[in-house]
Design a binder for this molecule. Structure first.
Ligand SMILES: Cc1cc2nc3c(=O)[nH]c(=O)nc-3n(C[C@H](O)[C@H](O)[C@H](O)COP(=O)(O)OP(=O)(O)OC[C@H]3O[C@@H](n4cnc5c(N)ncnc54)[C@H](O)[C@@H]3O)c2cc1C
Length: 417
């Protein structure tokens, strides 16, 4: 694998940029692998990378029905933070945040991680109580999070309107300074490049259409659009399509899939120094390196597999944003798109073994799994390789929906991203 550096960039520039090689091969699927990952998003691709790097499995395939990162990984608004309420969640998301901090160096690929701070606005007395509870819980658990007054929010993000005469006045905010954003598809490309170099086969345009089980019920292989592939271990990381894929093995998942949408504006000069989120009005904003304002809206109210959200949802979000940041009234929106997010009843993810021997699942990240990508991939690889969960993901098992040991972040905060 070519090592990227200033020097290699210069060498390619001198050669007129004609010498760049593809980042990964386009192999034909083999008849058999030691492990197959279904889904080439950040979570699946990352899991293959860590299986190869940390667990010595090299005979692995990642199968995707489309192109790498064409699912939610390439559709999200890239907010990264770890200030969740419960100790289990804070540990999980902080595990990811710590990996983000050195991921570009680890992959030798710029994931453009930008810890510019994530400011979560409070608009009501209830918000204030909930966010302060988060701040105290996080500080006790060693995760950074701090409370800001409305004036301090304005000092941190000068574009904010903190007038108290608007529909959703800013009455304070919780700030995680280590939070921020990263470049969504760079993450999956970086993992793909690293995994390919260790021998992982990346097979795009290859939908899994069935999961075959042997007489004992264990996984025997996967049926795909390009034929049957034998394997004893299948890791499913298919985000919005998890229920569909898992039903191929006869498992019914505790998931609902909803469309979630985002928008970007025309590019403007840098004027928004951080990420701002508002759960109450369900809007979140950051500025991309190109200058576009990246805006996320809420989920549609109904389940669907359409990668497109309702216009009224985007309208509601933009109304609220125009009040919060009045100068954006003059911005034109360039485009919007949607993804399908799979949500669990307690709004916490599942990284788990399943009742089917050899079948593992990583799903239920809902509207907020991008931030977890490296941590989730790392833990999923451990779970697949060792056939048992890592202590950090042990609480996020599938059987918590049988035992009742929920990690109810939804009830705790109605937190979106
Ligand atoms: C609009 C939007 C905004 C979001 N904003 C944020 C945010 O700001 N912060 C945050 O943390 N999270 C956010 N999320 C959530 C985040 O994007 C997801 O949780 C995360 O990217 C999921 O990654 P993944 O690798 O699990 O899934 P994906 O990237 O969706 O990958 C799953 C892959 O599985 C493949 N697949 C499905 N079925 C099959 C099959 N039968 N055979 C083969 N392959 C299959 C798909 O093609 C896809 O490439 C947002 C999501 C959306 C849609």
């Amino acid at each position: 694998m070519e090592r990227f550096s200033g020097l290699s960039l210069l060498r390619h520039a001198l050669g007129g940029h004609q010498g760049w090689k593809p980042f990964w091969r386009e192999p034909e699927p083999k008849a058999e692998y030691d492990a197959v990952i279904v889904g080439g998003g950040g979570h699946g691709m990352g899991a293959a990378y860590y299986l190869a790097k940390e667990h010595g499995l090299r005979n692995i395939a990642v199968l995707d029905k489309g192109w790498l990162g064409g699912g939610n990984t390439g559709r999200n608004t890239t907010i990264i933070r770890s200030n969740y309420l419960f100790p289990e969640s804070a540990a999980l998301y902080d595990h990811a945040l710590k990996i983000w901090e050195t991921l570009s160096q680890d992959l030798n690929y710029n994931t453009m991680f930008s810890p510019r701070g994530v400011l979560m606005l409070a608009h009501t007395v209830h918000d204030v109580q909930v966010f302060k509870r988060h701040v105290f819980a996080n500080q006790a658990a060693g995760v950074d999070n701090e409370w800001l007054t409305a004036e301090e929010c304005k000092a941190y993000c000068p574009a904010l309107n903190i007038s108290q005469n608007i529909r959703y006045p800013v009455v304070g905010g919780a700030l995680q300074r280590r939070g921020g954003t990263a470049r969504h598809d760079a993450v999956v490309w970086g993992y793909a490049r690293g995994a390919d170099a260790m021998g992982v086969d990346i097979i795009q345009n290859c939908a899994v259409t069935g999961i075959r089980r042997d007489a004992s019920g264990a996984v025997e292989g996967v049926e795909t659009e390009r034929g049957f592939i034998r394997t004893k271990k299948v890791g499913v990381s298919a985000a919005g399509n998890t229920s569909v894929v898992m039903s191929m093995a006869g498992l019914r998942m505790p998931l609902e899939s909803f469309p979630l949408q985002a928008l970007v504006s025309e590019p403007v000069k840098p004027d928004f120094p951080c990420v701002v989120m508002s759960n109450t009005i369900h809007a979140y904003i950051s500025q991309s390196d190109k200058g576009e304002m990246v805006i996320g809206a809420g989920t549609d109210a109904y389940t669907s597999y359409t990668q497109r959200g309702g216009l009224h949802i985007a309208g509601h979000t933009l109304d609220a944003i125009c009040e919060l940041v009045p100068m954006y009234r003059r911005l034109r929106m360039l485009r919007n798109w949607g993804g399908i997010v799979d949500t669990t009843p307690d709004r916490s993810p599942i990284i788990s073994k399943t009742p089917v021997k050899g079948l593992y699942v990583n799903c239920g990240w809902g509207t907020g799994g991008f931030k977890a990508t490296p941590g989730s991939a790392h833990l999923f690889a451990h779970t697949i390789a060792k056939d048992e969960p890592h202590p950090i993901n042990a609480p996020f098992s599938l059987d918590r929906f049988v035992t009742g040991n929920f990690i109810d972040e939804a009830a705790a905060a109605a937190v979106a991203h």
